[in-house]
Design a protein around this ligand. Structure first.
Ligand code: C2E
Ligand code: CMP
Ligand code: CA
Ligand code: CA
Length: 457
């Protein structure tokens, strides 16, 4: 039996105004009227037919039913439970959550004004309110209803964000005092940063820093990782740990990745030329690691961009490395596997980043087209303090060796780390012990210094 299907006869009350709400409903058959119950008769706010949702307000804002609902015909309604709605709301973008709270607050306020005795006022309110139907069969329309208020309110200035913060903050604390104010202020900050990031993209405030990756046996430079920096005109340098997650959520990351890919590829060409100038061709050409996000793989231009980066700079095979995390592999393993396979066929190399921190399933390691494994710095940093981590790193290195993968230890900070990792047979290392991420000019100076240890030819 379908316990979430509810049946009502024509004229039955589904719920009354002021009742406690226990679920929302989707009309599967029949139709429903939403009414304000008044001593001198009902005011019909809306009639809902098949495929529409109602009764959501009391579930979302946990206040009494804002209106009554009555069956206009025999109806079958599917109940949407509080848990089902809350689960989705909890995962929603904080800005959208705020907007929903604000809309609900305005709607409740307007509904309470309809209870005023002047009938002319009532009819104009009703006409206005009837424009706010929630039609489920058009997702876009529903979304537009939620998103439009953001577009109307938000101005890309600090002042406007501040005044929005005050208005919404007040509305929210009235609408839902449980919504923590720091959640709210974080959400507003994010919104502001997202707008500033857009400016940063057009005004070239983003920069790439390059961190050398060396051969563990003797410290010879073999490549770099490109790491993004945001040089904000007032706030100074902003960490990628702050702005990358924002860009991922807003979708801006895709353009940022393509920019980094082009920039890093052309920079690599210069570094390779310097390498040739110093050491001829006695060492393999330097490689460049570029970080990717899950969203990048969903973009239709992804493969073209990779191919273009490799061809336009005429890079030797394997000198461009795509760094991807385990969680991205888990998103859609077959699709990611297919796309990465094509990247490799173009000549790119693929590294699994932060290995050991995601939901590692060892079985995918052998099927994934990846040739490099980067051991996360959390294991490297505790190598000497934690025997279990030592055992883990040892096993990871053994496994990678058996699969023929190149290994890179991240976050190498001390001579002791170097010593242990060397003994364990790790191939490459990256960390403050050797060099921090640096802008191009400093990288060139650092490479020059390497010639003391590895003489020019
Ligand atoms: P990640 O890819 O794991 O990059 C390594 C991070 O470790 C970098 O932080 C680097 O500066 C830091 N690091 C390197 N050596 C050491 C060390 O010896 N000790 C310590 N404590 N840290 C070390 P960073 O540059 O702040 O980047 C943080 C994260 O932001 C990156 O982690 C990556 O996930 C993300 N990110 C950076 N640039 C990009 C980018 O262009 N695209 C994408 N999608 N993500 C990026
Ligand atoms: P809830 O408050 O849970 O119960 C009554 C429902 O009527 C409410 O959720 C909305 O789904 C719907 N509703 C409230 N006000 C209006 C309105 N002005 N126009 C259309 N539907 C409304
Ligand atoms: Ca990385
Ligand atoms: Ca990493």
């Amino acid at each position: 039996m379908d316990t979430l299907m509810r049946h009502f006869k024509q004229g039955d009350w589904i719920f009354h105004e002021g009742d406690e709400g226990e679920c929302a409903y989707i009309v599967e058959h029949g139709s429903v009227a939403i009414v304000l119950e008044r001593a001198d008769g009902h005011i019909t706010l809306a009639t809902y037919g098949e495929g529409t949702l109602f009764g959501e307000m009391a579930i979302i804002d946990q206040k009494p039913r804002s209106a009554g609902a009555i069956a206009l015909k025999d109806c079958s309604l599917r109940a949407i439970t509080r848990a089902q709605l809350n689960h989705r709301l909890e995962r929603a973008d904080p800005i959208l959550k705020i907007c929903i709270q604000v809309i609900l607050k305005h709607l409740r306020k307007t509904l309470s004004q309809i209870h005023s005795p002047e009938p002319t006022k009532v009819s104009s309110h009703v006409a206005h309110l009837n424009e706010t139907h929630h039609v489920l069969d058009s997702k876009d329309q529903h979304l537009t209803q939620v998103v439009n208020p953001i577009v109307d309110v938000v101005q890309p200035t600090e002042q406007a964000v501040q005044s929005m913060a005050e208005t919404i903050g007040q509305a929210m604390s009235e609408a839902n005092p449980l919504m923590a104010t720091d959640v709210f202020s974080e959400a507003i900050k994010t919104l502001h940063l997202e707008q500033e990031l857009q400016v940063a993209l057009t005004e070239r405030q983003l920069k790439l820093y390059y961190q050398p990756i060396v051969r563990l046996s003797d410290g010879l430079i073999v490549g770099f990782e490109a790491l993004m920096r945001w040089i904000h005109p007032e706030k100074g340098m902003i960490s990628p740990a702050v702005f990358i997650p924002i860009a991922e959520r807003s979708g801006q990351i895709v353009e940022m990745t393509y920019w980094a890919l082009r920039e890093a590829s052309s920079q690599l060409k210069q570094f390779q030329n310097v390498q040739k100038g110093y050491w001829g061709t006695q060492y393999a050409p330097l490689f460049m690691s570029v970080n990717f996000s899950g969203r990048d793989f969903l973009d239709g231009r992804f493969l073209d961009e990779i191919q273009h980066a490799l061809q336009s700079q005429d890079l030797p095979p394997k000198s461009l490395k795509l760094e991807i995390t385990e969680s991205m592999l888990m998103l859609s393993p077959e699709e990611v596997q297919r796309v990465l396979g094509i990247c490799q066929s173009y000549g790119a190399s693929v590294a699994i980043d932060d290995f050991g921190t995601g939901y590692s399933s060892l079985s995918y390691l052998q099927s994934m087209p990846a040739d490099t494994l980067k051991i996360d710095q959390s294991f490297v940093r505790t190598l000497h303090k934690n025997d279990r981590h030592l055992a883990l790193v040892e096993s990871i290195l053994h496994l990678a060796g058996r699969l023929g993968m190149l290994t890179v230890a991240e976050g190498v900070e001390t001579a002791e780390d170097v010593d242990t990792l060397r003994k364990l047979g790790c191939d490459l290392a990256q960390g403050y012990y050797y060099a921090r991420p640096m802008p191009t000019e400093q990288v060139l100076a650092w490479m020059e210094k390497q010639t003391e240890k590895f003489p020019k030819i």
